[in-house]
Ligand binder design. Structure first.
Ligand code: PGA
Length: 251
């Protein structure tokens, strides 16, 4: 059966001390709680090793928010998938709309990043989603289909079995404007259909598809109650234990 996952994406927030505190506070809040999902936190690169050392990563998985599209070498300022894996992180968020929009990440670049992440034993949390104009032109299915096809459909079924998808409508990210439960379910079912057509029902059925975009304590349960919504990728509401815990507990 596929896993339910609630993953935080801290983005470029929290210095090292603040990040360590947040991770430890979250771990403390989870003690004695029976949670029905995997919990992940996506930290800045420099936090990965100290955070992974400070907490039990079998209880809270640690994710990078990016990795390089090259294995190693003269790429000043970049961080490779192997380096991420060496910190104790188990996941990497790839293709976030902020990386696509502000750092020019294309499907072709993301394809390389996914391969390197998998080669280094990391689980990619691969983000897809349409911008507002595309939604208004009813092109969301076409856009999401091409993002998945162009960056992931070179993978074998076995490789694809290691991918987590996050559907994040760009118009809902950080805007307070969440997709409705129906919009989320509709897109998640569409994505599962795209995966089934390529890799078969079993792989599609076992792929966790997370929703992201202004997901919070008030709307998480309604979103997660949908049959094809297997959790969330949470930005703003992952920056405080008081806001993140109720989302985890929505399962
Ligand atoms: P948000 O961000 O929850 O703050 O909207 C989600 C994301 O970008 O992953």
């Amino acid at each position: 059966m596929r896993k339910n996952i609630v993953a935080g994406n801290w983005k470029m927030n929290n210095n090292l001390q603040e990040g360590l505190k947040l991770a430890k506070d979250l771990e403390a809040a989870l003690v004695g709680k029976k949670v029905n999902c995997d919990v992940v936190i996506g930290t800045p690169f420099i936090h990965l090793a100290p955070v992974a050392a400070a907490i039990d990563t079998t209880k809270i998985g640690v994710a990078a928010q990016n990795c390089a599209d090259k294995a190693s070498g003269a790429y000043t300022g970049e961080v490779s998938a192997a380096m991420v894996a060496s910190t104790g992180a188990k996941y990497v968020i790839l293709g976030h709309s902020e990386r696509r929009a502000y750092y020019g990440e294309t499907d072709a670049i993301l394809k390389e990043k996914v391969l390197l992440a998998l080669a280094n034993g990391l689980t990619p949390i691969f983000c897809v989603g349409e911008v507002l104009e595309e939604r208004e032109a009813n092109k969301q299915d076409e856009i999401v289909n091409s993002q998945i096809k162009n960056a992931l459909f070179n993978l074998s079924a076995e490789e694809f079995g290691k991918i987590v998808i996050a559907y994040e409508p760009v118009w809902a990210i950080g805007t307070g404007k969440t997709a409705t439960s129906e919009q989320a379910q509709e897109m998640h079912a569409f994505i599962r259909g795209v995966l089934a057509a390529k890799y078969g029902e079993k792989v599609a059925d076992e792929t966790s598809i997370l929703y992201g975009g202004s997901c919070n304590a008030a709307n998480a349960k309604e979103l997660f109650d949908n049959p094809d919504v297997d959790g969330g990728l949470i930005g703003g509401a992952s920056l405080g234990v008081d806001k993140f815990m109720p989302i985890i507990e929505a399962f």
